[in-house]
Design a protein around this ligand. Structure first.
Ligand code: KIV
Ligand code: NA
Length: 265
């Protein structure tokens, strides 16, 4: 298998082939998803919730992200690894955005970066792209702005659809190679997908995006808590792991582990 490049993602859009993206924050999931043929792995700042246990994505730092990005990029053979720029690491200026993106590439060994925001972030996307680093955009509901947006709300409904399209166009013109649409009304997401030449990646944005992304801890049931309506649960990893831990505890308490097979003399 060949390494996935950004031009392969564009080709899949042109051929009408939908493709999947998953988050990954560690070596085992990166290896498993890579071998499962997931073309793009996102080391999302959702690591804030799913690795570090913070209640929002805002507190996670660049250093906390880089450790995870390096683990994921070191484990893949073909998947394209995208590193999220966390809150506060790019908003100040295009220069700050380039500095952080360069760290993700040099220290994290990422293949691309992602940042949140619409047309106001076109200069940041342009500056990072000019440095030779592919950028994935992210619009619609952007979790780093949840306090400004007033909580988890669907974007692009009714007359707000044209604002989503304007943001999408500005990011494409700035050089973004793809665009995440999060919690965008399906009609608006479909329109954006038709209008853009770069692939759209939906999460809670309906069936007409070029690609779909889910957070791995949500889609696998590793997260046993409440999840958003747009999540489909493909397994019960949380339940399986709880059962394994319970069985191990029973074996130790009952003297069934270790058995002769696990013992040296
Ligand atoms: O951090 C993340 O997991 C994301 C995806 C939901 C797109 O940004
Ligand atoms: Na994110």
């Amino acid at each position: 298998r060949k390494r996935v490049r950004i031009h392969h993602l564009q080709e899949m859009k042109r051929n009408g082939e939908a493709w999947p993206m998953l988050t990954s924050y560690d070596m085992y999931t990166a290896r498993i998803f890579d071998e499962a043929g997931i073309p793009v792995l996102l080391v999302g700042d959702s690591a804030a919730n799913n690795v570090y246990g913070y209640d929002t994505s805002l507190p996670v730092t660049v250093d906390e992200m880089i450790t995870l990005v390096r683990a994921v990029s070191g484990a893949v053979q073909t998947s394209l690894v995208v590193a999220d720029l966390p809150f506060g690491s790019y908003q100040e200026s295009p220069e700050q955005a380039v500095r952080t993106a360069v760290r993700m590439m040099k220290e994290g060994r990422a293949h691309a970066v992602k940042l949140e925001g619409g047309r106001r972030f076109a200069p940041h996307v342009e500056a990072i792209t000019a440095a030779g680093i592919p950028v994935m955009g992210h619009i619609g509901f952007t979790p780093q702005s949840e306090h400004a947006l007033g909580g988890y709300r669907v974007q692009g409904r009714g007359e707000h659809a044209s604002a989503v399209l304007d943001d999408a166009r500005a990011l494409q013109d700035a050089g973004a190679f793809s665009l995440v649409l999060e919690m965008v009304a399906a009609e608006a997401a479909k329109h954006v997908t038709t209008e853009l030449t770069i692939p759209t990646i939906g999460i809670g944005a309906g069936p007409d995006c070029d690609a779909q992304v889910l957070v791995w801890t949500d889609m696998s049931g590793m997260n046993t808590g409440r999840t958003a309506r747009f999540v489909k649960k493909y397994a019960d990893l949380g339940g399986i792991l709880a059962q394994a831990a319970t069985s191990f505890a029973e074996d130790v308490r009952g003297g069934q582990f270790p058995a002769p097979d696990h013992t040296f003399h």
